[in-house]
Design a protein around this ligand. Structure first.
Ligand code: NAP
Length: 344
């Protein structure tokens, strides 16, 4: 089976990850890339400032970049991935869905909208059924599906595993890589020999998105989970891979052994980009580490270690690759689920 796909905003940092992950994909054939008007009309290799440590696939280098306009995208494109700046995406994505395209988006706009599925396939695949509500309410032939923020997506698979014990309260402190801010996001003068103890908007996303992801779809809306999350987000001088220290309090007593068993048994799916296991559990308290463990499962696995019982709940550290599991890989996995479930 081959599904023809395109990327909106394909010249940027996340767009380049999309291209890397779609190269040789077993189901998806990339034919179309859009970007800003400055890039439109140029061959991809001229338009993109390529920063991934593997070469631009030859066939991609030759693709002519198009303007980000539904009229510019060929009708035979079945699925679009989006990595546009969120302000641009907020205006443009609805134009594509109205024109009948299914959009699997990584941009932060509309993630918490009532009729937009926010999905991690291993956690809440059934939330895709919200697309019926979305189409009814908006009159769209297409559909808009979002993946969560990169720091949320690192932690939520672990919380889903612990929810069997009745998840009540979570505290999380993050150590987030500089690539999460984009290439121009943090200057070297700001971050070398330093930690920045605030990331604008990130704490709010980490506190809100888990409630929707862990909620249940009742046939017409998502009933949010009542877990309380408090987050403190820090930028640290690593390149890729967000490490997070989590304290989770549950209704039922939870031991180190039962938590590790729950993590190791987390749901896995039979989709091309889905890792197995979803969560790699380390006994070595020095792991996971960004440099050593961010590419586990081709960058799609979540790594957990340092599990211990504390007076503030079960405590552990988790890690995932922020531009793969946390961004482009997450949208590709959502795309695979959309195909598997017949929405594309
Ligand atoms: P980026 O490097 O700045 O790339 C932005 C892309 O959008 C480029 O292809 C750019 O094209 C295009 N674009 C910009 N303005 C446009 C316009 N007015 N019309 C059409 N296209 C336009 O950004 P990024 O770091 O890849 O992030 C993309 C999205 O993913 C953002 O919403 C971000 O919040 C989210 N995200 C990023 C990360 C991460 O780790 N970086 C993680 C999770 C989520 P040109 O090259 O022509 O300018």
């Amino acid at each position: 089976m081959s599904v023809t796909v395109g990327i909106l905003g394909g010249t940027g940092a996340v767009g380049q990850r999309f291209i890397q992950l779609l190269d040789g994909h077993s189901e998806f054939e990339l034919t179309t890339i859009t970007a800003s008007d400055d890039s439109a009309g140029k061959a991809y290799r001229e338009a993109a400032k390529w920063r991934i440590d593997s070469p631009i696939p030859d066939y991609v280098g030759d693709i002519e970049v198009r303007a980000t306009d539904p009229g510019e995208v060929p009708d035979d494109v079945d699925l679009l991935f989006s990595s546009l700046p969120s302000g641009v995406a907020a205006d443009v994505e609805p134009e594509f869905t109205e024109a009948g395209y299914v959009v699997s988006s990584n941009s932060s706009n509309s993630r918490m909208a009532d009729d937009v599925p926010l999905v991690i396939p291993e956690v809440n695949a059934d939330h895709l059924n919200l697309i019926e509500v979305q189409r009814d309410e908006r009159g769209w032939d297409g559909a808009l599906v979002k993946n969560p923020n990169c720091s949320t997506i690192t932690m939520v698979p672990t919380l889903a595993a612990l929810d069997a014990f009745g998840l009540e309260r979570v505290h999380v402190s993050t150590l987030q890589a500089v690539s999460g801010a984009g290439y121009d996001g943090v200057t070297s003068m700001e971050i070398i020999d330093n930690v920045i103890p605030h990331i604008g908007g990130e704490e709010e996303k980490m506190e809100a998105e888990p409630k929707k992801l862990l909620g249940s779809f009742d046939g017409s809306e998502i009933v949010q989970h009542d877990v309380d999350v408090a987050a403190s987000c820090n930028r640290v001088p690593t390149l890729d891979g967000h490490l997070e220290n989590v304290w989770a309090e549950t209704d039922e007593e939870i031991t180190k052994a039962s938590a590790e068993e729950a993590f190791a048994g987390a749901t896995t799916l039979d989709l091309p980009s889905a890792p197995d296991p979803l969560i790699e559990v380390f006994e070595d308290p020095d792991r996971p580490q960004p440099r050593l463990d961010r590419t586990l499962g081709n960058g799609m696995q979540v790594a957990v270690g340092g599990v211990q019982e504390t007076p503030a709940g079960i405590q552990y550290n988790c890690l995932a690759h922020n531009t793969i599991r946390g961004a482009a890989g997450a949208s590709v996995l959502n795309g695979e689920l959309l195909v598997e479930e017949g929405w594309v």
